[in-house]
Design a binder for this molecule. Structure first.
Ligand SMILES: [Zn+2]
Length: 264
């Protein structure tokens, strides 16, 4: 089995602050990257424990969340921004059998979620796909589902675990942090978080081998509505092909192809 691993920063135990840790100009950004990499390495260990043959880690944090020097020796790293064109990325993802998420936060607007946001924490208020609120987990699960990859495991903040379980009830999750507000949380220690991730992800692979999880697919057609905090962001969005203005802060896109719409 070959696993594609998507990583983020805001759902990692000990990473509690956008300003100090998750943003690249934060005073503890480099220390934050080491915490991310510790959880990623624990997840790679768990995958290897479960007999996985290859792991490609995609650094999904905008500014980069992986400390390359201490990355697990068995992992491959897909990194760099801008991200490759979706067509080239799809070809790479197609080499893998299933995917997992490490370090994830909940969608924008979840009241208790530490560092809750959807894509851009400074501009995006909310996304809805076919009327249902979705965040980064839903976007990933549907995009990967369109390429035939099921979501086996997620680690991160407790609200992110719940969001994933609502999308994919058969998923295995490991909560490493309980958000109390957008700027505060109760974290497990780094060592405890890593131990739980290693055990959780190995169990997730074993469960998938016994009882395979299906890729997430929602019925077409699709309608994605994006609501922004400010009208200028919505103005700029109108330059994308197919954009329809709903109101001052909302822009809508339609498609029959999930791969074309979910990251529009
Ligand atoms: Zn994120």
């Amino acid at each position: 089995m070959k696993i594609f691993m998507v990583t983020d920063m805001e759902g990692v135990a000990g990473v509690v602050s956008f300003a100090d840790q998750s943003f690249p100009d934060g005073r503890y950004y480099d220390a934050g990257k080491k915490l991310v990499t510790g959880e990623v390495n624990a997840a790679v260990d768990g995958l290897l424990d479960a007999g996985v043959e290859e792991v490609l880690v995609w650094d999904g944090h905008g500014a980069g969340g992986i400390d390359f020097d201490t990355l697990h020796p068995a992992a491959l790293l897909l990194h760099g921004r801008p991200s490759p064109p979706w067509s080239r990325l799809q070809e790479v993802i197609g080499r893998y059998d299933a995917f997992v998420i490490v370090g994830q936060h909940a969608m924008a607007g979840v009241i208790t979620s530490n560092q809750n946001h959807t894509q851009n924490s400074r501009t995006v208020d909310a996304y809805r796909l076919n009327g249902k609120p979705i965040g980064e987990i839903g976007q990933l699960a549907l995009f990967m589902g369109g390429l035939g990859l099921p979501l086996l495991f997620l680690s991160g903040e407790r609200d992110a675990c719940q969001e994933a379980e609502e999308l994919v009830p058969e998923i295995t999750t490991t909560a490493v942090k309980e958000g109390l507000g957008r700027g505060s949380a109760i974290s497990l220690s780094a060592q405890a978080a890593r131990q739980r991730i290693r055990e959780g992800i190995a169990a997730a692979v074993a469960k998938h081998r016994r009882d395979p999880i299906a890729p997430l697919v929602w019925p077409s057609p699709y309608e994605l509505e994006k609501r922004f905090f400010h009208t200028d962001t919505a103005d700029a969005e109108m330059n994308k092909a197919g954009a329809e203005r709903v109101d001052a802060q909302r822009v809508r896109f339609r498609s029959d192809n999930i791969l074309d719409i979910v990251y529009r």
